[in-house]
Design a protein around this ligand. Structure first.
Ligand code: SAH
Ligand code: SF4
Ligand code: F3S
Length: 466
């Protein structure tokens, strides 16, 4: 039995009705919208849906908030820093709202889904006239219509864990596209706010995902990333005989020349079957983002990650054996409550053993409402900062070595844009998603090329088209 619920056709029709109403109100006027996205790819994908709805309602997109009639911040709550930046951005707009009272300032996303932030916005940020949470995204047209027809402040953080299909999407330029395959998270890692602001896991139906992929390939997208907080639990709520590996195989059969990436994989659910599927599917990029968070079993257990460092190492060993060219990346939290110097050394040792191509390191940020917020946290911030810097230095050495090993190799690249470097005027990605600056004759954005790596740096490979 399927537990997942879908927004009904009738509810969606009401939203399309409101889109037409707003479009009629905007008809003949030059209305502009500005959006700013904080946080992860999921948020970027959500913003593209909001921009799709805005376009449908007659708004032109602009890169400047000063020229916009509608300003939206899609926010992230994962670390305090992200929240502070969002509040700072909204605060900075109070003068604009005074100069142009008609401008609509809106806030949505993960911060907006939290009661404490809603209260703060209500009290201290009167310039915000529209706020909606992650569950109300599909109701945006109705909420905007209410603001436009005179309601002073519209706040909506209600709604259930349901899926809305068929909303318009306005994607960015270039060959890359996000494709959400599921929403929410059930894992409740003890440091993490995401399950509280994104709700429970729910998977889109495979035929909807496949149809969207076919549409994307028809539109010329070539670098498509399947999104979910833990893609490896895809399908568990559908009551169908399909898991994430099966979905990958199905999508790999869609005709066309494109790359499929996916994120994020949780190590407790990433299996040998997944690695075998990656190895067997020609369109699945040989790239795996597998966040380990810590190399210490004691810390992993307190984080509620439900794997050991040994199990993690074993999976990486298998992946490298099956797919020698695989590009590996990870996330690490430094300074989780109770992390000792010895725990940290284990994390350092693990990263030095595995040698990730790319590592995202974060200082632990206390999130109220999560279990870890009440854990004892004796290490000082100076100690944590010192660990953080040691890890960065060690990782830089690894990356320099790994990047240098590409020197002289010929790789297949997807050209994805123009660079600011006149000597290498285009940017491209390897199949493993490494950044490359390229030069050569007849380079076209959106095409696959063969190129030879001429030199390397920490952040970029430099290549000549063959
Ligand atoms: N679902 C994904 C991504 C979650 S958020 C996953 O499980 O990997 C992205 C990263 O932010 C996490 O992997 C983690 O490393 C980091 N993160 C999450 N909560 C954090 C916190 N409270 N403090 C510091 N980093 C955090
Ligand atoms: Fe957060 Fe863990 Fe879920 Fe990732 S898997 S979103 S880290 S709770
Ligand atoms: Fe941030 Fe929400 Fe993503 S909290 S990391 S934007 S799911």
């Amino acid at each position: 039995m399927s537990q997942q619920t879908t927004v009904s056709a009738e509810q969606l029709r009401a939203q399309f009705g409101d889109m037409s109403l707003v479009a009629a109100m905007n008809h003949g006027r030059e209305k502009r919208a500005y959006t700013h996205t904080f946080g992860c790819q999921q948020n970027e994908a959500d913003t593209e849906t909001i921009r799709g709805m805005l376009a449908e309602m007659g708004y032109q997109m602009t890169d400047s908030p000063e020229h916009a009639d509608f300003i939206l911040f899609n926010t992230c709550a994962v670390r305090e820093h992200a929240e502070d930046r969002a509040f700072g951005n909204i605060g900075a707009l109070s003068h604009l709202k005074k100069q142009r009272p008609d401008v609509i300032i809106a806030l949505c996303g993960c911060m907006a889904q939290q009661e404490k932030n809603v209260e703060k916005i209500k009290k201290s940020y009167p310039q915000v006239s529209l706020l909606f949470g992650t569950h109300a995204l599909w109701r945006f047209p109705s909420l905007l219509r209410r603001v436009l027809t005179g309601e002073k402040r519209v706040f909506d953080i209600g709604g259930a864990d349901d899926i809305a299909e068929g909303l318009p999407v306005l994607r960015g330029e270039g060959p890359k596209a996000w494709l959400s395959i599921m929403y929410g998270c059930n894992n409740f890692c003890t440091y993490c706010i995401v399950p509280y602001v994104r709700g429970r896991e729910r998977s889109r139906r495979p035929e909807e995902i496949e149809a969207e992929l076919r549409e994307l390939t028809r539109e010329g997208y070539k670098d498509i990333t399947l999104l979910g907080q833990n893609v490896n639990s895809y399908g568990k709520d559908l009551g169908l005989e399909i898991d994430f590996s099966d979905l990958l195989r199905r999508l790999n059969d869609v005709p066309g020349d494109f790359l499929l990436r996916f994120m994020t994989s949780h190590p407790k659910d990433a299996s040998r079957k997944l690695i075998d599927t990656m190895a067997a599917c020609s369109k699945v990029a040989k790239q795996l983002h597998l966040p380990v968070q810590s190399g210490s079993d004691a810390v992993l257990s307190r984080m509620n990650r439900r794997y050991t460092a040994g199990e993690y190492r074993e999976l990486i060993r298998y992946a490298r054996e099956e797919i020698p060219e695989i590009v590996l990346s990870s996330d690490i939290i430094v300074g989780f409550p109770g992390e000792t110097e010895a725990d940290f050394e284990e994390t350092l040792r693990l990263t030095q053993e595995i040698e990730y191509d790319l590592l995202f390191t974060f200082l632990y940020s206390k999130r109220s409402g999560t279990p870890a917020a009440s854990y004892e946290d004796p290490a000082t911030s100076a100690e944590k900062q010192a660990r953080f810097e040691r890890l960065l230095r060690a990782q830089d050495e690894i990356v320099a070595r790994r990047q240098a090993a590409y020197q002289g190799k010929t790789l297949r690249l997807l050209v994805d844009g123009e660079s600011k470097n006149p000597d290498y005027p285009f940017t491209a990605r390897t199949e493993g998603n490494l950044l490359v600056c390229v030069r050569g004759e007849d380079i076209v954005v959106g095409s696959f090329i063969e190129a030879e790596i001429e030199k390397t740096s920490l952040r970029c490979l430099y290549a000549q088209k063959r």
